[in-house]
Design a protein around this ligand. Structure first.
Ligand SMILES: [Zn+2]
Ligand SMILES: [Zn+2]
Ligand SMILES: [Zn+2]
Length: 142
């Protein structure tokens, strides 16, 4: 598993470091977590890694395209290691839970604007909002 993550770093010409491997591993096991959770996950295994180091690693990996940053309106930024497939997210209005929704097309922009107003469109940001199964159950139980 580690060698797989090392290969990902090398593929984008990043040096292999323990904090980078730890962040990638954390995001692979826990998609859509915020920065505080990434820090907690990394420091559970590597207590010597500083908060600042995790911030730096997240920025580096995001810039390199190995990590995707998503920020639904009104929510804190979340990170995930599933990149490159233009998948979308469904977000619970009640508890903020996030789940992946495969893109029917698979590449951006997957929606054609009815009128692009002369812009060269390269992405359609699609977020589905609703109520997750857990919150829907709570609601009917009340
Ligand atoms: Zn919910
Ligand atoms: Zn996702
Ligand atoms: Zn799509």
């Amino acid at each position: 598993m580690a060698s797989d993550l090392e290969a990902q770093l090398r593929a984008v010409s990043l040096r292999v470091t323990q904090p980078r491997l730890a962040v990638l591993a954390a995001l692979r096991d826990h998609p859509h977590v915020d920065t505080a959770t990434v820090i907690a996950l990394v420091r559970a295994n590597q207590p010597t890694v500083s908060h600042q180091a995790v911030y730096d690693v997240l920025r580096t990996l995001t810039d390199a395209g190995l990590v995707r940053r998503i920020q639904p309106a009104g929510a804190t930024a979340r990170y995930e290691a599933r990149v490159g497939d233009n998948h979308h997210h469904v977000v619970c209005r009640s508890c903020g839970a996030i789940a992946d929704v495969d893109c029917a097309v698979g590449e951006a922009p997957c929606l054609t604007a009815s009128d692009d107003r002369g812009f060269v469109v390269d992405e359609a940001e699609v977020v589905y909002w609703g109520t997750c199964p857990g919150c829907a159950t709570d609601r009917t139980a009340q």
